[in-house]
Write a protein that binds this ligand. Structure first.
Ligand code: EPU
Length: 422
């Protein structure tokens, strides 16, 4: 596991970087595999820690998970498994909660540890439970676990209070084998949800509207195991976009899907970072002699600016001309990394859901700590625009969501090294 990432100043970046499969799609595709018996193959699977945790979770249930090739998972789901997600694994990765829908659908029962709060603040699952209840599931809380039951899930109309990604996915996976029609209104529209729906459709599910706010699912009795390639990771791609924004230069993000990055590309464009779709993916450039311009940014569900991009924007704004206001609308506590950027010389003031970022000409390398996946990556990106050496500790957070982050940056000419433990 990478323990520390060390960043030293270099000039502008240049070259090509290959974007891997989307973490937030692959984790759900793995969970959805529980809906079938037999052998499924998932391709374009990044080598990241969260995929290992989801593998451990499936293995703990009695599922066989192998990696026959670098970016491929072969999953064998036997007839009978233990429909349980233990605390040790849910605590390591909150996304484990997405096994609830498929387990209930296939086995009529599930025992899943309740996820606690984290660095983002409280992360409730009330919408998941309310939607599943509308489909006939019952829940009991005992000893930190949710005990769920549903002899037969029934199609229902569910209106989500907020377009929650996880709730939409859990309901979608529960609905594909429910009796009758389910409609999810105010559904999340992220490309990863459309990817999950395309996986399920390939299995034989009847789904209309995934990727829009209304998803209609007609339940079927059986699903078949399939072979599926995950969508590329728009968050990883945006991280390299930001790296070029901070360091200057140009790069081709090979495999990136420009149509999944419209809003973020537009915002980066307003800051002076140019992007253009190209045959291989997305081309990005920022002439090193042209300063970054400040903008205001508010996070919103897709197609808005994702909360996951926010630390990257804050890093860019820290070095831009002028003042930018960043507003977080999804996760209350997601400003922890700001103190670390301030230690690097950034001028940032936070108040409630807002951060006021006053650009400075140069940051100053310092020891900092990665508080979570995205903020950790953003600290490395910020360090590309710092004088002197930056040492990012707790870099294992970054490895949860990024495959060989330091190596990929080195491929673009950055001086970034990784120290491992264990
Ligand atoms: N919420 C509720 N009740 C619920 C569910 C959600 O109040 O039952 C609230 C949350 O507290 C939050 C908002 O709704 O304020 C949005 O949460 P959502 O359910 O959409 O998020 P998630 O499914 O838990 C996924 C990604 C996150 C990403 C968010 C938002 C995965 C594994 N995680 O989380 O990604 O930030 O959507 O886009 O897909 C990451 O990759 O580092 C990451 C944190």
């Amino acid at each position: 596991m990478p323990e520390r990432i060390i960043v030293r100043p270099t000039g502008p970046l240049s070259g090509r970087v290959t974007i891997g499969g989307a973490k937030n799609s692959v984790l759900k595709l793995m969970a959805a595999s529980l809906l079938v018996r037999g052998d499924v193959t998932i391709r374009n699977v990044p080598r990241i820690v969260d995929v290992e945790i989801m593998s451990d979770l499936l293995v703990s249930m009695g599922v066989d998970v192998r990696r026959p090739h670098d970016h491929e998972l072969a999953i064998h789901v036997p007839d009978d498994i233990v429909p349980e997600a233990p605390y040790e694994l849910v605590e390591r990765m909150r996304a484990s909660i997405v096994v609830l829908g498929p387990l209930l659908s296939r086995f009529g029962r599930a025992r899943v540890a309740l996820p606690g709060g984290d660095d983002f603040g409280p992360r409730p699952i009330d919408m998941h439970l309310r939607g599943l209840e509308a489909m006939g599931a019952t829940f009991e809380n005992a000893h930190g676990y949710i005990e769920a039951r549903a002899d037969q899930l029934l199609g229902a109309r569910v209106m989500l209070e907020f377009p929650s990604v996880g709730a939409t996915e859990n309901l979608l996976m529960a609905a594909v084998r429910a009796k009758g029609t389910t409609v999810i209104d105010n559904a999340a529209r992220e490309p990863e949800i459309a990817d999950l729906a395309s996986y399920l459709t390939r299995m034989g599910a009847h789904i209309v509207g995934a990727g829009s706010s209304t998803i209609e699912i007609e339940g079927v009795e059986e699903l078949q195991p399939v072979d599926h390639t995950a969508v590329p990771d728009r968050i990883e791609a945006t991280t390299f976009l930001a790296a070029v924004g901070v360091a200057g230069g140009e790069a081709t993000l090979v495999g990136a899907r420009p149509e999944h990055m419209d809003m973020v590309s537009q915002k980066f464009g307003d800051m002076g970072v140019r992007t253009s779709p190209c045959g291989e993916g997305l081309w990005v450039s920022r002439p090193p002699d042209q300063p970054l311009r400040s903008v205001d940014v508010a996070t919103l569900p897709y197609p808005g600016i994702a909360t996951d991009y926010k630390p990257l924007f804050v890093a860019l704004l820290a070095l831009a001309d002028g003042v930018g206001i960043v507003t977080e609308n999804l996760f209350a506590g997601r400003f922890r990394y700001v103190d670390e950027l301030v230690r690097m010389g950034a001028d940032i003031r936070t108040e409630g859901h807002h951060a006021v970022v006053r650009g400075v000409p140069r940051l100053s390398g310092a020891p900092v700590r990665a508080p979570d996946i995205r903020a950790g990556a953003a600290l490395v990106v910020a360090a590309l625009g710092a004088e002197g050496e930056t040492v990012v500790t707790d870099a294992w957070h970054i490895a949860r969501g990024y495959e060989d982050f330091a190596g990929k940056l080195r491929g673009l000419g950055a001086d970034v090294t990784c120290e491992h433990t264990g």
